[in-house]
Design a protein around this ligand. Structure first.
Ligand SMILES: NC(=O)c1ccc[n+]([C@@H]2O[C@H](COP(=O)([O-])OP(=O)(O)OC[C@H]3O[C@@H](n4cnc5c(N)ncnc54)[C@H](O)[C@@H]3O)[C@@H](O)[C@H]2O)c1
Length: 352
């Protein structure tokens, strides 16, 4: 049986472990964290394997056939170089790295070695994407209005932008990735404006990141997108990770990893002539007969994501992986271009 190892036994590591417990065709052989007690708690929960605080020692002793890398954004580099050198297929959590030069070199080495490598953009495995792609194929999209607002995540490194990349790179990157995936195009230019100062040091000591940012994105095929995202909200002020894809005849409200609601795609759902924007005063209202058609996630997309990577390693065929390493790098570069725009105050051409 192939041997699986995991490095980084924190929040997202636990999420993957829950999935591994459902797999009975792989041996859970090694868990590594700088904090040994975390690795030990994973061994206990897995009911197998050995705990380590040094990944080199784990690689030497366990000799894993595949590894999940679940470390914070600034902890990439040495682990991947060693993993690639040993030819171990790996799954790495987004955002892969914050240093784009490092990320490019890792992509180069993965490709040179022909190694199976995937990333944690699990939203790509959601079944609602079938509906979303059909909608986009049959309704040319003009604009996407996107947003995501939540509170400050708990991980200690998170509220320092130098360590996490900030909200866009750390969390909203899932939406940036889904824009590329669903629209089947690449970003051309981004212009991103940060807002700071709402969360104070008194309220949250060590908080050095933007409270929110607003970004205008142009895509290579002419579609535009506005993305507003923040990590400032107290309970009750958060809102869904939603993207409204607008075409001339219909629209789709896409809720990340939850559901997609289509409006105007059926006869019954078409507004009467008098509905929509009320002539004269510019007031907008929902049409009386607009009910929408909602499609919800049918399967555990996170489980599907991990299973797909495992199957790729077991069969040697990576073709079903929806977020290969080299492609994930492009979503990271997209998000980092937004950060560059925030720093320079200028529009930034996205380049890979
Ligand atoms: N795909 C997703 O939806 C998703 C969700 C949450 C987090 N993440 C990503 O996962 C990564 C980790 O996030 P988290 O919330 O689990 O962080 P965390 O702080 O909870 O856990 C990270 C763990 O890595 C360990 N670690 C750091 N360097 C190490 C090293 N060299 N060797 C061994 N262990 C090391 C830390 O001690 C810690 O226990 C981040 O990049 C985050 O963006 C992805």
């Amino acid at each position: 049986m192939k041997k699986l190892a995991l490095i980084g036994c924190g929040g997202i590591g636990s999420y993957h472990l829950e999935h591994f417990l459902k797999f009975h065709d792989v041996e859970l052989a090694g868990f590594c964290d700088l904090l040994l007690d975390r690795a030990q708690s994973f061994v206990k929960k897995a009911g197998s394997g050995k705990a380590y605080s040094d990944f080199i020692q784990m690689y030497d002793e366990v000799r894993p056939d595949l590894v999940f890398l679940c470390v914070p954004p600034t902890c990439h580099g040495r682990i991947e170089f060693e993993t690639i050198r040993r030819g171990i297929p790996f799954f790495v959590e987004k955002p892969l790295a914050l240093d784009m030069k490092l990320a490019r070199e890792l992509v180069r080495q993965v490709e040179e070695k022909g190694l199976i490598a995937a990333s944690g953009f699990q939203c790509r495995y959601d079944t609602i994407n079938e509906t979303a792609m059909e909608f986009i194929d049959s309704h040319p999209v003009l604009h996407v209005a996107a947003s995501r607002v939540g509170g400050i995540p708990e991980a200690p490194w998170w509220n320092n932008k130098a360590a996490s990349g900030g909200q866009l790179v750390e969390q909203t990157i899932h939406q940036l990735d889904m824009l590329r995936y669903l629209l089947k195009t690449e970003p051309d230019t981004v212009y991103s404006v940060p807002s700071r100062g709402y969360i104070t040091q008194e309220e949250n000591p060590g908080y050095f990141t933007d409270d929110l940012s607003t970004t205008l994105i142009t895509f290579q095929n002419g579609i535009t997108c506005t993305m507003m995202t923040g990590c400032y909200s107290l309970s009750g002020a958060s809102w869904d990770s939603k993207m409204t894809f607008g075409s001339r005849s219909a629209r789709m409200d896409y809720y990340l990893c939850a559901k997609a609601t289509l409006y105007g795609t059926t006869e019954a759902d078409r507004p009467a002539e008098s509905s929509g924007i009320i002539a004269g005063d510019g007031t907008q209202r929902k049409s009386d007969n607009e009910v929408g058609v909602t499609v919800e996630s049918r399967e555990d997309f996170g489980l599907a994501c991990d299973r797909t990577f495992l199957d790729a390693v077991l069969t040697g065929d990576p073709s079903r992986i929806r977020s290969p390493y080299a492609d994930a790098y492009k979503s990271v570069a997209f998000a980092m271009a937004c950060n560059e725009s925030m720093e320079t105050g200028l529009p930034v051409k996205v380049s890979y």
